[in-house]
Design a protein around this ligand. Structure first.
Ligand SMILES: [Mn+2]
Length: 275
């Protein structure tokens, strides 16, 4: 398995207004260097736009620092720009879809997955209509992914954040019913702790469908700061034959630096990160 760390203006190593100003690009370079020094080989980003200038610069930075792009998250498309894949306004829905498609092209050129998490939106009211909209648009996303050789990681997210696709089985059922060939499962230990009967059983059951994996402890702090047995979960994941990225998506607690160091230390102590 390969280990990555999220860098964003929200979760992960937090850089305020990341990619919105010059100083944030400079800090980004330093953070990438720090991640590499700590033993991580990949970085996961959360982007809210597919603006080409910024994407080229991001690609250059990652390559220069000798890291790989593990994944591109899209939650900020919703959190920062208010665009979701289930918005009842077709124009806003279309904009969200356009950004996801642009990010799919970028990510696929770097062999990275695009994460579909909260960009699905938080619908209230007619849930059947929202579920139907989501299905239709995920079919479109999958089609776009196939066209550019990309892959989508559809995340099971806990009920307190969205009513749509809370469990691994919810995600797998949709993928199978809609025959989504370029879409796989993203499991996140924080969400699984809330929604799954037995997270380790869930990992075993759906191992062949997992295309990306997020770790955080029970309180979303770095591994070792909560009450999850993350070493057990990761050994189960490894034994299941998973060879993709394990990406640390945590709150920047106690601080950015300490979150990275604590995670690296945890992964080494438990013989998971071996480089
Ligand atoms: Mn996650």
């Amino acid at each position: 398995m390969r280990y990555a760390f999220v860098v964003s203006s929200g979760l992960g190593y937090q850089i305020p207004r990341l990619f919105q100003n010059e100083s944030s690009f400079l800090e980004f370079d330093k953070v990438l260097q720090f991640l590499r020094e700590q033993g991580f080989t990949g970085v996961e980003l959360n982007l809210d736009s597919d603006e080409q200038c910024a994407l080229s610069r991001i690609r250059e930075s990652i390559n220069e620092q000798g890291l790989q792009l593990a994944a591109v998250g899209t939650g900020l498309v919703y959190a920062q720009r208010g665009l979701s894949l289930t918005d009842l306004d077709p124009a806003k829905r279309g904009k969200a879809l356009a950004v996801v498609k642009g990010l799919l092209r970028f990510a696929s050129s770097e062999h990275a997955v695009v994460v579909i998490g909260l960009v699905r939106g938080i619908p209230s009211g007619d849930m059947d209509a929202a579920s139907k909209l989501l299905r239709e648009i995920l079919v479109e996303c999958d089609q776009a992914a196939r066209e550019c050789g990309g892959r989508i990681a559809l995340e099971a997210i806990n009920r307190y954040e969205t009513p749509l696709l809370n469990t691994a089985r919810d995600v797998i059922t949709l993928i199978q019913e809609e025959h989504l060939a370029a879409t796989g499962l993203l499991l996140d230990t924080f969400h699984m702790n809330i929604e799954e009967v037995s997270p380790n059983e869930t990992i075993r059951e759906f191992a062949s469908k997992i295309v990306h994996f997020h770790i955080a402890d029970s309180n979303r702090w770095p591994p070792g700061h909560g009450h999850l047995k993350l070493d057990d979960a990761l050994h189960v994941l490894e034994e299941s034959g998973y060879q993709g990225w394990v990406s640390t998506e945590v709150l920047p607690k106690p601080s950015n630096i300490e979150a990275v160091e604590a995670t690296a230390r945890f992964l080494r102590t438990h013989d998971l990160m071996r480089s």
